[in-house]
Write a protein that binds this ligand. Structure first.
Ligand code: NAI
Length: 269
């Protein structure tokens, strides 16, 4: 069977995905701060390089799939959120692409979020700095905010990191380096999912009521395995070959509730 790399595999959505992929008979190389085959801090340039090198060594340079699930959320320093969520994920996608193309038939799934479409006033310049690959600029934009370190800055940093990774996926997925090289690249946008990340927010006096007050038409929250079930389909399901550049919302209907007419957006020439 196949060999799959999963960041954030020690907990939550990443761990649930690992369980499913292993139950289906595959090998998984987990990447996390602790408790995985590759121990690395995706918040730093050196940690990202070490993660890529570790996976390439353990996989002998050949991967059937990659999931970038490692991530952090509020309450936390906004610059740290962007560094781990966007730059940590993008570095894995970029650095492990040669191992994915080596098999000629592989999948990559970036874990985005439905915060992308339901968070107001996310600064476009922050998203642009991410997509330009300018981590110093992204962090400087957050530090320069008059409300740096506020709950609003944390929420917007989180959403910006998830918008940027979803746009990176859509920019790259159809190109020669990805679809053209036999690698389907997609993103998943979960809604609130009961993991340590969400529990950390729920326990906070400011974020707890905000998260609990969020409208989820199906009822909150997802179990990690409910999100992992869709990632499994994207990685090894029968329909995976034609899935390319998609951002799959699995969010209990929140995006549809808040943004019913905004997308699909008509193509205005
Ligand atoms: P989690 O906290 O259960 O798992 C995240 C994992 O990422 C942990 O094992 C953690 O150690 C690892 N991680 C954090 N910082 C790291 C670093 N610097 N280097 C390496 N690994 C690091 O959280 P959860 O909820 O499973 O999150 C997985 C992904 O899903 C994240 O990208 C998160 O933003 C995203 N997501 C989560 C939602 C939720 O409601 N739980 C909703 C939408 C998206």
């Amino acid at each position: 069977m196949g060999v799959f790399a999963i960041s954030g595999a020690a907990s939550g959505i990443g761990a649930a995905t690992r369980n499913r992929i292993e139950r289906a008979g595959n090998d998984v190389i987990g990447i996390d701060l602790d408790g995985c085959e590759v121990v690395a801090d995706l918040g730093s340039t050196a940690g990202r390089a070490g993660a890529v090198a570790g996976v390439l060594e353990l996989s002998s340079g050949r991967l059937d799939g990659l999931v970038t699930a490692a991530g952090v959320g509020p309450p936390l320093d906004p610059a740290t959120i962007v560094s781990i969520n966007y730059f940590g994920s993008q570095a894995l996608l970029d650095g492990l692409r040669p191992a994915l193309t080596a098999t000629g038939d592989a999948q990559a799934v970036a874990v985005s979020s439905n915060s992308t479409t339901v968070t107001p006033s996310v600064p476009a310049a922050l998203v642009a700095a991410c997509l330009d690959g300018d981590e110093d600029q992204a962090r400087a934009l957050l530090a320069e905010r008059p409300d740096a370190g506020s709950p609003g800055a944390m929420i917007q940093a989180y959403a910006a990191s998830k918008i940027a990774i979803a746009h990176w996926v859509r920019r790259n997925a159809p190109g020669a380096d990805w679809a053209g090289a036999g690698v389907r690249l997609n993103a998943i946008a979960p809604g609130s999912t009961l993991t340590p990340l969400l529990e950390h927010g729920l326990e906070d006096d400011t974020f707890g009521p905000l998260i609990s007050g969020f409208a989820v038409p199906t009822g909150a929250h997802a179990a990690p395995d409910e999100i992992a079930a869709w990632i499994e389909q994207m990685l090894i399901g029968d329909g995976r070959r034609f899935l390319c550049g998609t951002v799959l919302f699995v969010d209990g209907g929140t995006d549809a509730l808040v943004r019913p007419n905004d997308w699909p957006a008509p193509y205005a020439l």
